[in-house]
Design a protein around this ligand. Structure first.
Ligand SMILES: [Fe+2]
Length: 313
């Protein structure tokens, strides 16, 4: 099973939430103890591997012993702010954002109520994942399965929603597994970047697969979901933007996490990934909610300030 963290079982506790649905009638993440998906060690390791630097390279660039770089990637504490500065410079990360995460323990503001959106949580190998049901006028699309097709089906049936499509942000198992069970009940189109089709364990037929072009629109009741081609976390990554009556939302999968990004996979996509974040996600309106596949939701405005991978140069 390949998830965002590979097969590693997380050593931090899962979110303080039961598996399943967060809340009826529009989910709200407020009040739940949802830490950032990535800490400093995750962030620097993603940047180093994305830049194709070895631990030795970073040691040479920073003047730190290689063992210290390894220790930081293992989660050891930084010695001082000078160390933070030198590591952030070597890895091209934004210092002020890293300071926010490491020193000020920044977390995004709790999201408002989101009528028309249900958050569904699942887990794979002890690793939490989120998917969403977007609905209007009795119609619904899923954005990823959250590795919890059972709960997706239960909610759709309980609320008598007619599924009209499955929007996959990418092809990793923790986001896509379970489409077979869902499609047995509703034989709907699956939207997925064509480069990610090989990642699926079970593949829909050619007619069932829709390959979204940039800007393609999917109708759900009175809503229009706009596909944004955002390669980087995977080659076929797609984000889905929708203007709800109460504001803009973008489902970003593992393209962006609050205060971080998903691992660029393969690593050669790192710069493409950063471009997708910069040009397709963080150019959305500042108050646009960003709903990722892992960790808390956030907003464009906060990520422009607090995401260490977002730099203007
Ligand atoms: Fe992923």
């Amino acid at each position: 099973m390949v998830g965002e963290k590979g097969t590693r079982v997380r050593d931090r506790p899962l979110y303080n939430l039961p598996i399943g649905r967060l809340r009826e009638g529009g989910s709200r993440e407020q009040g739940y103890d949802m830490p950032l998906e990535d800490d400093f060690s995750d962030i620097i390791k993603k940047a180093r591997t994305g830049l194709k630097l070895s631990v030795g390279d970073v040691a040479r660039m920073t003047g730190l012993p290689g063992a210290d770089v390894t220790a930081l990637e293992r989660g050891d504490k930084l010695r001082d702010s000078a160390e933070l500065r030198t590591v952030s410079k070597a890895l091209g990360l934004r210092l002020s954002a890293l300071e926010g995460i490491v020193l000020q323990k920044w977390v995004p503001r709790p999201l408002p109520m989101m009528p028309g959106i249900e958050t569904v949580r699942g887990e794979i190998g002890g690793y939490a994942v989120k998917g969403y049901i977007l609905h209007d006028g009795g119609e619904a699309v899923l954005v990823d399965t959250a590795y919890n097709a059972e709960m997706m089906i239960e909610i759709l049936e309980a609320r008598r929603l007619r599924l009209v499509g499955i929007c996959l942000t990418h092809g990793h198992a923790d986001h896509a597994e379970g489409i077979q069970e869902i499609m047995q009940r509703w034989p709907v189109p699956v939207y997925l970047g064509p480069e990610d089709i090989t990642l699926l364990h079970w593949k829909p037929s050619g007619q069932q697969l829709e390959r979204p072009s940039h800007g393609k629109k999917i109708r759900v009741g009175r809503l229009e979901v706009k596909c944004l081609v955002t390669p980087g976390h995977t080659p076929g990554g797609i984000c889905y933007r929708v203007d709800m009556p109460w504001g803009a939302v973008s489902f970003v999968g593992d393209t962006l996490f609050a205060g971080s990004i998903g691992r660029s996979n393969p690593a050669q996509l790192y710069h493409t990934h950063l471009e997708s974040v910069r040009r397709q996600v963080l150019t959305l309106p500042p108050d646009c909610l960003l709903l990722p596949g892992h960790g808390p939701g956030t907003t464009v405005g906060e990520e422009l300030e607090q995401n260490p991978f977002y730099t203007t140069n």
